[in-house]
Design a protein around this ligand. Structure first.
Ligand code: GLY
Ligand code: MN
Ligand code: MN
Length: 431
């Protein structure tokens, strides 16, 4: 792996934290992701299943974890199955984990590590002792599930082989755990953010009238990859001028024009953790008066929203309050009428015309990380804060996005070192 080794205490502790949530006499099975096909014999790059990574640290395909914390025989309490390598695999694909390396990575003793093809013979010794079997599904509330994952295939297989077993949903437990970042996870997210910071500072010296959006993307990739990142945490949005008003603009194909603002929604991945940053900068290094007014309005909303990210607050209340702050900024910019706002339909507030997305989402191993929006905010949760104002008639879209971790007394901005004040951006661009 490109990233530096992670202390396996993180993964052992995560397994213990999951164990604490299970019903008595429970068995858990978690699968790796598949390597997805492209066309013909092509494949996409491998991306591990985040739950499996969270519980093991194993970043390799065809891996399976089985937990049975109350099994009478201690050697069946934690079991890992790995793809067995061969000379052929070594020649064509390269090195795969040995059992010794897997013990080092996961903290699971070597004698409890088997090859994947031994699964059935081992599993049959456990499964009939279990009263509950937890299997994994994708329960992200915004997921569009069109592809059957290894976890999903395994549910079908399990039901067929053991039709009378009582199945339980693993996903709610994983969401509950992963929503609160462990102390060892924060530096991993911070590393992704620090790489993003370096990348952004590089871009400030590169962006000027005439450069193409994809040239900026190339600069981004250079800085990410040379810093041990696999690349971008998500498809980057590099949107100049009117493109910034297309929320999911990812074509990045246009030339940047003098006088435009360019919106950069780009974050690095590091060790499967993610940064999610947005900055909006003037292509020629100086905001116009109007651009600056909109920019400062968005920055004020971000700063006020940050104040509201604190323990005990609820997601929906927070979003409603941020909406009010945005409303008053939009009135100040002459975009909304105060009287019309006073009489608006509260289920369809007028500010949505200019700010049509949410302000925050959980962030972690997934960019839109798992977590329950009805759970009160707690220390250890990591959120984005990302207000924006999109004015299509002015070909202007400005969004700012930072990442914060909730603390006992409020939150810490993990992006505090990434330039965001308009004066500082202009100064760095004109150095
Ligand atoms: N970059 C994706 C988002 O901001 O949610
Ligand atoms: Mn973003
Ligand atoms: Mn985001």
């Amino acid at each position: 792996m490109r990233y530096l080794p992670i202390d396996n205490q993180l993964f052992s502790q995560n397994r213990q934290r999951l164990t604490n949530l299970l019903k008595p006499k429970s068995l858990v099975v978690v699968n790796a992701n598949d390597i997805m096909p492209t066309n013909a014999d092509g494949t996409m790059g491998f991306r591990q299943n985040n739950d499996l990574f969270y519980l093991t640290g194993v970043d390799q395909e065809e891996t399976r974890l089985v937990l049975f914390p109350e099994h009478p025989d201690p050697k069946f309490r934690e079991i890992l199955f790995l793809r067995e390598t061969s000379e052929l695999i070594e020649i064509w694909e390269g090195h795969k984990l040995t059992k010794t390396e897997a013990e080092q990575t996961t903290g699971i003793p070597q004698k409890q590590i088997y090859w994947t093809h031994q699964f059935e013979q081992v599993f049959i010794q456990l499964v009939f002792e279990a009263d509950y079997v937890y299997l994994n599904t994708n329960e992200h509330t915004r997921a569009g599930i069109e592809v059957q994952t290894q976890d999903a295939r395994y549910i079908v297989e399990f039901r067929q082989k053991y039709p009378l077993h009582h199945l339980e949903r693993l996903a709610p437990l994983m969401h509950y755990l992963r929503a609160i970042k462990q102390p060892m996870e924060i530096p991993l997210i911070q590393t992704a953010i620090d790489i993003t910071n370096k990348m952004f500072r590089r871009l400030l010296g590169f962006i000027k009238p005439g450069v193409w959006e994809y040239e900026i993307e190339a600069e981004m990739m250079h800085e990410f990859i040379k810093n041990r990142s696999r690349g971008a945490a998500y498809t980057p949005i590099i949107a100049s001028g009117a493109n910034a008003c297309v929320l999911h603009y990812i074509d990045n194909s246009q030339q940047c024009q003098d006088g435009d603002v360019i919106l950069l929604d780009i974050g690095a991945e590091y060790a499967n953790y993610n940064a999610d940053m947005t900055r909006s900068v003037p292509v020629n290094g100086r905001f116009t008066t109007r651009q600056r007014a909109v920019y400062d309005a968005v920055l004020r909303v971000m700063n006020e929203a940050k104040q509201m990210l604190r323990p005990g607050n609820l997601w929906d209340d927070y979003h409603r309050e941020v909406g009010k702050v945005m409303e008053s900024e939009l009135i100040g910019l002459g975009l909304l009428d105060r009287d019309k706002v006073a009489n608006q339909d509260l289920d369809a507030p007028l500010y949505k015309k200019y700010f049509m997305h949410g302000t925050s989402h959980f962030l972690g191993l997934d960019v839109h990380d798992v977590g329950n929006k009805y759970r009160k905010m707690e220390p250890g949760m990591v959120f984005t804060v990302e207000p924006g104002i999109y004015i299509r008639e002015e070909k202007l879209g400005i969004r700012l996005e930072n990442n914060v971790v909730i603390t006992e007394s409020g939150n810490t901005d993990l992006m505090a070192n990434i330039p965001v004040e308009a004066d500082e951006i202009e100064e760095l661009m004109n150095k």
